[in-house]
Design a protein around this ligand. Structure first.
Ligand code: ATP
Ligand code: MG
Length: 480
């Protein structure tokens, strides 16, 4: 006979599920299962079952319930003991001890440094859960501590599993889950710490620090206490970008990295990287959007998108690039031809001479092809320098942007704003549904960090900043 309490109560005999009687019978079984293989005193069962108004002859009423349940389960399962009752259960046939055993194995493996094994065991353990435990007892005030204990076991196992994910370099996969968990359990410091670390490792330092402030506010407001030492230290480590926060080397097989890592130094741009990373997460969840990144020449548009693209690849997304040629002579649809070439031959033909109907059909075909290509993994589609784009490419860009809401595609286009930019681009930029990022010059602190990272810390950051106006291309030229 199999018993399950990690969700609604279920009992399964050799002939399938056993139908239980009314609320009292289910509650009685649930209580006995919470203390399986132990004697539960009859007085305690009465107290738990008739919370408010115990019948005059409560002992008799309990006996009636017990004998009904015994009929359903068998006398060898529900046994009478002096002063109470005992439910005899094989731990292998009961989901709670199976969960506890598997979760303990996972925790041991984690302590021994086998994160991959831990992750497997903990995922198996958590797969035994079907929902909130024992909803049949949810309204019973006496059962509340028991149910809270079960929820606590589950949450601890989730935290352990996330710990393993983080060791394995899976911060991008868990960051959304952590956000939801932290919202539901705002006072849980371990979850907050994990959320901060996942954000930080995803290049979202500012959001990591915001998560700390939110955690602190919740703790101070609700409990009147400051965050624990571990959380405070984590905040400090994030502020100084401590190398100890990085994914431990060698703990994991190298994460899949299909493309090249953005080369070289990268400073600042926390907010922009965070926004683009969030756009990518939304895309992964099936809500794509278009981001327009603008700014003067050399301000770092390409570098920013390159950084985001390499992080996207690390997180398992696909990346497609279409560059617009500054030189004249590029054929129509040139950026699209480049971006789509890796998708294979099934693409609709983009014929510059096509009439309007034909063009519409081919645009819809491109949107459909992208949607399909993004089904197995989200896509980041980048068009760099679209102020050099041809008119038809911009029309296609606008068309696809209108279809993104149900696609797993994040679309990013960069351009230099100018009075002479193509009308179709100006229209796109005016469209309020699209997100815009206007890149500003680097601040003095960014320049200082840049000098430090390029081994030119002896230069005076304030002077370099003043001289270059914080334009990274000029900063590069200055230190080279
Ligand atoms: N945040 C950054 N940290 C470090 N270096 C940067 C940063 N942003 C840009 N750079 C460097 O500054 C130079 C100019 O950046 P980038 O080519 O991205 O500018 P851009 O805005 O794309 O310019 P253009 O409009 O000419 O294409 C590059 O060498 C790039 O590596
Ligand atoms: Mg550029």
């Amino acid at each position: 006979m199999k018993f399950r309490i990690l969700g609604p109560l279920e009992v399964e005999g050799s002939a399938g599920e056993i139908q239980l009687g009314g609320g009292k019978q289910r509650a009685l079984l649930a209580l006995l299962l919470l203390h399986a293989n132990e004697v539960v005193p009859a007085s305690r069962l009465i107290e738990l079952l008739w919370t408010e108004t115990a019948p005059a002859d409560a002992a008799k009423a309990l006996q009636v319930q017990v004998s009904r349940l015994r009929r359903a389960l068998g006398a060898d399962v529900l046994r009478t003991r002096p002063g109470g009752y005992l439910l005899a259960v094989d731990p292998e046939s009961f989901d709670l001890p199976r969960f506890e055993k598997r979760a303990a194995t996972g925790r041991d493996l984690l302590a021994k440094g086998d994160a991959a094994g831990a992750r497997r065991a903990l995922s198996e353990a958590l797969a035994l859960w079907r929902g909130a435990p024992l909803p049949e007892l949810a309204t019973d005030p006496f059962a509340r501590p028991e149910l809270a204990r079960l929820e606590e076991l589950r949450l601890a196992a989730i935290e352990d599993r996330i710990q393993a994910d983080l060791i394995l370099g899976g911060h991008a996969q868990v960051v959304g889950e952590l956000e939801a968990l932290a919202a539901r359990h705002p006072l849980r410091e371990r979850l907050r710490a994990q959320q901060m670390l996942a954000l930080y490792r995803g290049g979202r330092q500012a959001e990591a620090l915001a998560a700390y402030r939110e955690a602190r506010r919740a703790l101070v407001d609700e409990l009147g206490i400051e965050p624990g030492k571990a959380l405070q230290e984590l905040e400090q480590a994030i502020l100084r970008q401590d190398a100890a926060l990085d994914v431990p080397a060698g703990a994991a097989p190298a994460p899949p990295r299909p493309g090249r890592r953005a080369a070289g130094t990268f400073v600042g741009r926390d907010r922009e990287v965070g926004e683009l990373a969030a756009a990518l997460e939304d895309a992964a969840a099936g809500r794509g959007r278009l981001f327009l990144v603008s700014g003067e020449g050399g301000i770092g548009k390409t570098r920013l998108v390159d950084e985001v693209a390499s992080r996207a690849k690390d997180a398992g997304a696909g990346v497609l690039w279409g560059r617009c040629s500054k030189r004249g002579g590029a054929p129509p649809y040139w950026p699209w031809t480049q971006a789509l070439q890796s998708l294979g031959e099934e693409l609709p033909e983009l014929d510059p001479a096509a009439g309007e109907t034909e063009r519409f059909r081919s645009f819809a075909g491109v949107a459909a092809a992208l949607k399909e290509a993004a089904a197995p993994r989200p896509l980041l589609l980048v068009f760099d320098d679209v102020h050099h784009s041809d008119e038809l490419s911009l029309l296609l860009l606008e068309f696809v942007a209108g279809e993104l809401a149900e696609m797993r595609v994040a679309l990013v286009a960069t351009y230099v704003e100018s009075p002479g930019m193509p009308a179709a681009l100006a229209a796109l930029a005016d469209h309020s549904a699209h997100h815009r990022l206007r890149l500003q010059p680097l601040g003095v602190e960014d320049v200082a960090r840049f000098l430090e990272l390029t081994g030119t810390a002896h230069a005076d950051a304030a002077a370099v900043h003043a001289e270059t106006g914080g334009n990274p291309r000029l900063v590069w030229q200055r230190v080279r």
